[in-house]
Design a protein around this ligand. Sequence first.
Ligand SMILES: [Zn+2]
Ligand SMILES: [Zn+2]
Length: 362
Amino acid sequence: MNSKSQEKNIQVEDAQTGISKKFTLHQKNTKKYLRRLYFNLVICTCFMTGEIVGGIVSGSIAILTDAFHIFTDILGFLISIASLHITRKPATYKLTFGFYRAEVLGAVLSIALIWGLTAWLVSEAIVRMITPETVDGLIMLVTACGGLAGNIIMGIVLINADPEQIDDEEEDEKNGGSTSKGANEENEENGENGEKLNEDENKKKQSKSLNMRASIIHVIGDSIQSIGVIIAGGIIYSKPDYKRADPVCTLLFCIVVLGTTLPILKDCIKILMESTPPDVDISEITKSIKEIDEVMDVHDIHVWSLSSGKVSFSCHVVSNNPNFVLEKATNLLKEKFHIGHLTIQVEAGDSSIEFTCENDLH
Ligand SMILES: [Zn+2]
Ligand SMILES: [Zn+2]
């Protein structure tokens, strides 16, 4: 009993040092990404001011709502920056999983913000469809071209800030030097090295992080909107009677926004519902564990993501050779299934040992 509680304490400490090490490794990448986010904040503020002026002068709802949209973008960037800062914090005894979920919460908040604005845009556009207002096509055209230029600049900056790409670059640097390898050898005994390797593999396999994907899809959506406004401006410029092109453009844009944000929201909900990550085959894992010698049964399997690409695993294994089975199952999950964070409870299959596996939840 005593040795078991001691083991628990050591595990918490290990998890903590692991996280703080990861923190220093990724500090550089995050700083680069943050710098670009701040850069985008400045660009957004400039273009928002320009569009507010252009929108008021031309009388175009499409341009004005685009300016409002940029304002919510600024709020979105602020959420991204805040969640990046929070994710970098090491785990604590009260928050043993660290702050990784903050990224998911940030993504959900951004989408809520965008959808709120979209609802407002739809109602405004409907009013303008019923009673069209005069719009200056030329100013609308010029302002929209400026907006498109701003989106292209932000898109280029964001794609270059892809954290995965930076990770690969740094990995290549590391493989070139042999000194870091030697430093890691000391940790081999407690499995640190293996865990790190698996995490790296995991990272390579995983798709871009939720916020990264959200930002890129967002910039693409914004560019489509700008092109739409340019077309509407062109129509109104050549045929001033076609005033409804202005709100029509806004309505079309709202459909695009719903289409682009829905998949991201779905991914967020899946993580919040603790669903099995899409690239994990739970029946294959069960089969592989059952195939280990001396494993009598496997039950209570859980696989979930803390954040995108951060997979956690827990299960109960019935066996009369606990140390052997624990080692085999741990190696199997780390090497074959690339799961870095796992908990395995080994239960005795011998009926003479008094232990009943009960579960509150299911
Ligand atoms: Zn935007
Ligand atoms: Zn059990």
